[in-house]
Design a protein around this ligand. Sequence first.
Ligand code: EPZ
Length: 424
Amino acid sequence: MEYWSIEGGRPLGGTAKIHGAKNAVLPIMAASLLVDRAVLYRCPVLTDVDAAARILRALGCTVTRCGETLTVLNTEGVCCETLPEEPAREMRSSILFLGALLARCGRARLSFPGGCELGPRPIDLHLMGLARLGAEIREDGGFLDCRVNGRLRGTQIALPFPSVGATENLLLAAATAEGETIVTNAAREPEVTALAEFLNTCGADIVCDGDRIRVRGVGELHGCAFAIPPDRIEAATYLCAAAATGGEIRVEGVCPAHLAAVLPFFEEMGCRLDVGEDTIELAAPRCLSGVGCVRTMPYPGFPTDAQAPLMAALCRSEGSTLFIETIFSARYRHVGELLRMGACISTDGRTALVRGVGRLHGAGVACTDLRGGAALVVAALAAEGETRLCETHHIERGYSDFVPLLSALGAEITILRQEEPHFV
Ligand code: EPZ
């Protein structure tokens, strides 16, 4: 069994170059089903991207990678409308192939998506929206069987909640639908905008105007080359790691505007920030201060994906911080592991109160999900002594080259193998 050994207590220092965003590349890979050729630059090396590539291959595409450039060729046309179960169950974004397949083939069959366990993650808004565009959706023994008679037809769709995935699925389905689609209370995340930009580069006619998106359906789309935008959550995680260790780092190739709701918290914690066009420099004090209250919200609010790493950084601080998780109902699974490291956190439903402590200590801990796993790495880097972290496959779903990059920033982190786990 693989695990990571982290010797904490060293301030991080140096430069971290940010990769393309996982949550942007996955919907764009689904969108590549709509064109004959897509060349994606800055495509991160992640197990979720591998899973999406496996799905595309099973559907008849040729997917090749050269470094951070991924090419999807779809010249033979999609040969299958059923998503392969195993990769589909591995990740939540497999649901996005539904909108793309319905638009491309008028038919799709898939099992319910997997992904991080953050509490119930229904897909009712996806299905409601696609049905409004004319899809007939039938549940058949754990599978969704969907089809369209003729083309999807544009219409007005008001989302009760600005779901990222549902908005993206509607863009994928409406881009080549007949007529105009208006989505209101749509998600505004930069990853949604990136998908609209990719589709527009392929000849679509989409206008994102705050939480209102207008899509004029076009007859067909053409191939393109597209650069995946930087991963704002990866950048936030490195900034949390530097803050937690009293370090000084520079993140490069980032879009600071995408972190407008996050950066003020670092200043409130006592860090000094220097923000450039595509760089952020952070210098942390020896001891961080609590920041009162962090409420996660849809974009442009504080991102739920940065909640766990920020919580880990604030475990060792003066004062307390209240977290209110408004997006997912069970996104504190990392708290139990942080308590093993000497943190002082009490949770009650969607709130968590972090009372800062003077020191954390190393322990045997297990990743519970992607961002929870990253949080344990942040805490381990700040802790005294060794932490042994297992179930690290969760982290590899969303952080490219995490261990070598942290080592380059001065962290003492090693990937080890052990026959039998006996430390958790
Ligand atoms: C995307 O998930 C991201 N994943 C998540 O990042 C992120 O946490 C989330 O958006 C919110 O920002 C990807 O982009 C691949 P939602 P998604 O649909 O699309 C409820 C990470 O760590 N809802 O906006 O699944 C849902 O249960 C991952 O990188 C419905 O009720 O998020 C949740 O409570 C984790 N019905 C809320 O909306 C629906 O049909 C937000 O979900 C859809 C969603």
